[in-house]
Design a protein around this ligand. Structure first.
Ligand code: NAD
Length: 451
């Protein structure tokens, strides 16, 4: 018999997990205090854009396998496995804000049935699981705690979850670890159904699909270490890009050839406007803070952060040079407000940082994103004009900055950009365009490390 599951938190991670579990035939409660998010789920959709997710939610709501609620009593009390996927934003000092994690654990503790498994999916600093276990065991010694960090990427969340590199579960109780692994195996067995419902297909390269069991602290450290290393690769590429700009090299050629070494691998070597989003910036600062708590300095990550923070300004400086040292009064298009393509998530979005910086310097900014306008409105300066279409954003501008590599931006012909920009300046902040084609269309091309 399949267990009944509760997922706490209906964000990018929690809702994706709950929709897959429910569409795979597991009765799943999804709990969130945010009524707007629950309302959307009841209508069979998500509050954010993620390809293939809405059909899974709609199917699971219709079948009655996905049960949205605000009540821990109605959900947790009836579940043998409870996932916590609440937010872990950063505090002003960069450390992880664990208030949601502890509040969810404390409330769940009031309702968890005997021998329930409590699974931490949120990204938490190493040592958090031991603190929660200690809290649980004051009242209840029967609850089993498992760390199960999430590795999905927004924009391809379903594909990452259905065809995966690894599922990591950490903890002391082998039976509890196996129960969590079995849930994943149920989802993976239901792949053909989920594939058909969502329209999401297998990646071109097969994945290793490993189930890895570890100790609790190792599982917690694996997650943040993976993100910190990826951020390091991006910042490393950006550091070399600055040198390539001065030395006349092309960073794309350099990093492709460097990554061709099988010891290195080319992924996450794209130079550009730097990383953003709800994970990398806070996971890096959280790891630095966790290091300090244990008396371990991680200067390599501080350097990664500093390089990343410098990138939007570096790109604007390059544009400024092309515009006779002044961006004041210039009309500039910014394309891409989500922190990356294929999502509507705007947390720590470099595109928004660039747009806001430009208006603070007196530029007139026309911005466009295929999915993120609603979410961007909260963070964008009111002086930024949101255009209805990509072409409308470009109209009358002297320059465009492409801040996110949405397919729609990449496939617009260079001559169309040139027509709207009256042969102005093309800033490719993602290094994803062919510089010769841009130049042949009569525009001046600025990349990052592609002088
Ligand atoms: P999110 O902010 O989108 O969602 C968190 C949700 O938790 C919100 O809807 C909030 O209302 C809800 N919540 C807060 N307190 C609650 C409580 N006591 N009970 C129930 N729900 C509660 O966050 P997210 O992006 O889904 O991230 C969740 C966790 O997963 C974070 O720790 C994050 O670092 C990690 N993670 C995120 C991603 C990603 O791509 N977004 C990938 C891997 C890991």
């Amino acid at each position: 018999m399949q267990p009944t599951v509760t997922v706490l938190g209906s964000g990018y991670v929690g809702l994706t997990a709950a929709a897959m579990l429910a569409a795979a035939g597991i009765k799943t409660y999804i709990v969130d205090p945010n009524d707007e998010r629950l309302k959307a789920i009841r209508q069979g959709r998500s509050f954010f854009y993620e390809a293939g997710l809405d059909p899974l939610i709609a199917d699971a709501i219709e079948s009655g396998m996905l049960l949205p609620t605000q009540s821990y009593k109605d959900s947790v009390a009836n579940s043998s496995i409870v996932f916590s996927a609440v937010g872990t934003p950063d505090n002003p000092d960069g450390s992880s804000n664990l208030s949601y994690v502890f509040a969810a654990a404390e409330e769940a503790l009031q309702h968890l049935p005997k021998k329930a498994v409590y699974v931490q999916k949120s990204t938490v600093p190493v040592g958090t699981g031991q603190k929660i276990t200690a809290m649980f065991s004051k009242d209840r010694q029967d609850i089993r705690y498992v760390s199960n960090p999430e590795f999905l990427r927004e924009g391809c969340a379903l594909q990452d979850s259905l065809w995966f590199d690894r599922v990591v579960v950490g903890g002391d109780d082998p039976e509890a670890l196996q129960q969590v692994i079995n849930l994943y195996k149920t989802i993976h067995k239901a792949r053909p159904r989920l594939e058909k419902l969502s329209g999401v297909t297998a990646p071109k390269q097969p994945k290793a699909e490993q189930y890895i069991t570890t100790t609790l602290p190792s599982a917690e450290l694996i997650k943040v270490t993976a993100n910190a290393f990826l951020s390091l690769k991006i910042s490393f590429a950006n550091s070399i890009a600055k040198l390539a700009d001065k030395a006349g090299a092309d960073i794309n050629e350099v990093m492709q050839a460097v990554g061709a070494d099988t010891r290195i691998n080319p992924a996450f070597f794209n130079a550009g406007r730097g990383y953003g989003g709800g994970c990398f910036p806070k996971d890096v600062s959280g790891l630095i803070a966790a290091g300090l708590e244990h008396g371990v300095a991680l200067p390599i990550l501080e350097a990664s952060q500093a390089v990343n923070d410098s990138m939007p300004g570096y790109i604007i400086e390059k544009l400024q040079l092309e515009l006779d040292d002044s961006i004041e009064g210039k009309r500039i298009a910014v394309l891409g407000l989500a922190f990356k393509a294929d999502t509507s998530d705007v947390r720590r979005s470099p595109g928004i940082a660039i747009a806001n910086f430009l208006v603070s310097e007196g530029s007139q900014v026309q911005a466009y994103d295929p999915q993120a306008h609603e979410e961007a409105k909260h963070d964008l300066s009111p002086e930024v004009t949101l255009a209805d279409t990509l072409e409308q954003a470009l109209d009358g501008c002297q320059a465009v900055i492409v801040a996110t590599d949405w397919h729609q931006f990449r496939q617009l012909p260079a001559k169309t950009y040139a027509k709207h920009l009256k042969k102005g300046i093309f800033v490719d902040a993602m290094n994803c365009f062919n510089s010769s084609q841009i130049q042949q269309a009569g525009m001046r091309y600025i990349g990052v490390g592609r002088s």
